[in-house]
Design a protein around this ligand. Sequence first.
Ligand code: Z5A
Ligand code: MG
Length: 207
Amino acid sequence: MRGKFIVLEGLDRSGKSTQVDRLIQRLEQDGPARLQKFPDRTTSIGKMIDAYLQSKTEMDDRAIHLLFSANRWECSKRIREDIAKGITVVADRYAFSGIAFSAAKGLPFDYCLAPDEGLPLPDVVINLSLSPEDAAKRGQYGEEKYETLDMQERTRAQFKLVAREMERRHPGRWKDVDAAGSVEEVGERIRQVVGVEVDTELGQLWM
Ligand code: Z5A
Ligand code: MG
């Protein structure tokens, strides 16, 4: 039996990394599971992305968009191979962040979507949604590029369009999960949506 491909998405500080770690620990009780973080900052492309996010280098908006996508493509072979071997892969962000953040900067939505076409299709996308008020309670914005209120608000609006596109192209896979409440409460909500039945074959995104 193949592994599942599970993606966690959501705005800054919605608790993705916290919940991804918890989810992997729980999944490992039933079989092998591993984390795939995006951006994967360890590869040579990932190092360019890291420098950009830390404002150490400047980059054209389209160039950085394509690098984020290239970073997913370079990891996609291993994702497919692991899933075929029965390993469940849990991604901390994926193509949906890629579209939402770049479209929030003003790039055309369809342009943002195109480079990821054909990537492994997640069996389920858990979108952690948090109101601006609850997000603000989780501390100040950090030092990185997109961590401003204005950018986060525009990204929030784009995530809604991404959700609609997913529902149109791959119905039933996008799950909005309320990220307010304790770590345990959010974890329990995720547990309830993650037990999805999967198709025999891993699909292709946007196809
Ligand atoms: N980006 C892009 O533009 N294009 C792309 O294609 C991709 C990404 C893939 C870096 O991402 C940036 O890259 C990101 C989008 C862009 N820019 N922004 N913004 P990243 O994933 O490296 O960012 P991060 O800093 O690791 O993650 P995050 O979004 O900021 O946080 P999170 O993972 O969602 O949350 P967390 O680390 O689990 O928790 C945040 C804090 O809240 C922490 O102190 C926790 O202890 C606390 N927390 C967690 N859960 C709770 C609950 N339930 N209650 C109270 N407090 C909580
Ligand atoms: Mg994180």
